[in-house]
Ligand binder design. Structure first.
Ligand code: PSV
Ligand code: MN
Ligand code: MN
Length: 427
């Protein structure tokens, strides 16, 4: 299924009178504050976020999974789904694959299909957090950290294989997330586990092509509940430094203990040029993988404020970031959920672009605490949705993607094409 762009244009036209009124009002309001709204629209149009292959089907919890119908059951169909999201939003021009869930049977054909739909391959993800059928050595007691050199070697070899697959598709980075850890005190020796992990990561790093990057993800707990080898940004940062210049920390918003100041972590990593990527989602309690912006939109804005500051003051030459959504849920239509996440990301980015950094610096240097807060909250409380809509229109996408998705009856078409009783591979 492909989106008919002329239908999107018609839908955009039917709402044009309403949209242009609110947009012009906002542009005037911004101009009176010396803010160039058109420049913000251009930046929003360029912002592209990767869609994870595993979020395209209805997710689940360990208590149950409810089919949505029309879900993709192979890599081609997953790419078509990202193509749908990208056509409707103009901001999802990449897919992130998880191997072995997404091994292409014909890499060239997959590459051509993706290029037809204007989709690039973002970071490839390895998976040593579950045993695969016929696998020789188990990861039950760890992968890159395992006491057994056989399990470690197998996990290293898997990561190298993932890099090879990514190379065939034109990907330029690998994300390593490890479930490695222990659930009971005394079960694992902290130091040996970390030492093995460091050594294994260096071996993987050594096999990366010279234009590739490695992203090391951290997570405090789950699936293990006593200790996780790469539990926090400090451990990831240390391991990335040990590996080399092209290894970076990846921040997944859900991988923090409640109330952690994530924007502070972002600032510190960018200060050292070591922030490589981002997994967007939202959470109330843990790694809840809820729709971006659904629980803590102000936190998302504050994070973007640090990202914008970091990009403007890039002394440490932090590379362009790899942006990805890592949210997947079991109640909503997965494609609608992803489009809501994209919307929330662009809104937070636009709000952060409204912050007058020079004015904020002056207020900070004058210790004018109230004014500092006002500058941030004034930006956060501005309704920037007309800018986001215009950015989508400029990308020939839908000004209101979810409305268009429903009017074009996309889910019904997918169910007609693929059936009701299909299950996406992956989580
Ligand atoms: C783990 O919780 C994680 O956030 C990692 O990014 C994985 O690769 C992904 O979810 C899918 O399991
Ligand atoms: Mn993640
Ligand atoms: Mn996660």
């Amino acid at each position: 299924m492909k989106i008919d762009k002329s239908r999107l244009e018609e839908l955009n036209q039917s709402k044009e009178w309403l949209h242009s009124g609110t947009l012009n009002g906002l542009l005037d309001n911004l101009a009176s504050q010396n803010i160039d709204g058109q420049a913000i629209i251009e930046q929003l149009s360029k912002f592209q976020v990767a869609i994870p292959s595993w979020a395209l089907g209805a997710g689940g919890t360990r208590f149950g999974r409810y089919n949505f119908g029309g879900e993709p059951s192979n890599l081609e169909q997953k790419i078509y789904d990202v193509g749908i999201i990208h056509s409707l939003t103009g901001s999802a021009g990449a897919i992130s694959l998880h191997i072995p869930w997404d091994i292409p049977s014909d890499a060239q054909a997959i590459k051509e299909l993706a290029s037809d739909l204007d989709i690039k391959f973002d970071a490839v993800n390895s998976n040593t957090f579950q045993d695969q059928k016929g696998q020789k050595h188990s990861y039950k007691f760890g992968s890159l950290c395992n006491e057994s050199s056989e399990s470690r070697n197998q996990a290293v070899a898997h990561n190298i294989e993932v890099i090879k697959i990514g190379e065939q598709l034109g990907s330029k980075s690998i994300t390593v997330w490890l479930a490695d850890g222990s659930s009971f005190p005394g079960q694992m020796n902290f130091r040996r586990a970390l030492d093995h992990t460091s050594d294994s990561l260096k071996r993987i790093y050594a096999e990366m092509p010279s234009d590739w990057s490695m992203f090391i993800e951290y997570k405090p707990y789950e699936p293990h509940f006593y200790h996780t080898v790469i539990q926090d940004w400090g451990t990831s940062f240390m391991l990335a430094n040990e590996c080399g210049d092209r290894a970076y920390t990846l921040v997944d918003l859900g991988h923090h203990l409640p109330n952690t100041n994530i924007e502070h972590i972002v600032s510190t990593l960018m200060y050292k040029g070591k922030l490589g990527g981002f997994h967007f989602n939202d959470s109330k309690y843990g790694d809840d993988d809820l729709t971006v912006g659904s629980i803590k939109p102000y936190q998302l804005f504050l994070i973007f404020n640090e990202l914008v500051f970091g990009m403007l003051n890039n002394n440490a030459e932090n590379p362009d970031l790899s942006w990805m959504i890592d949210a997947s849920h079991n109640l909503k239509d997965p494609l609608e959920d992803l489009m809501e996440s994209l919307d929330a990301i662009l809104i937070a980015y636009a709000q952060a672009l409204l912050v007058d950094q020079a004015l904020l610096k002056e207020a900070q240097q004058n210790h004018d605490v109230s004014y500092c807060q006002q500058i941030l909250q004034n930006a956060f409380r501005t309704d920037v949705r007309p800018l986001v809509r215009q950015a989508r229109i400029n990308n020939n996408a839908a000004s209101n993607p979810i409305e268009a998705y429903r009017k074009l009856k996309v889910r019904k078409t997918l169910i007609d094409e693929r059936g009701m009783d299909v299950t996406a591979t992956g989580l």
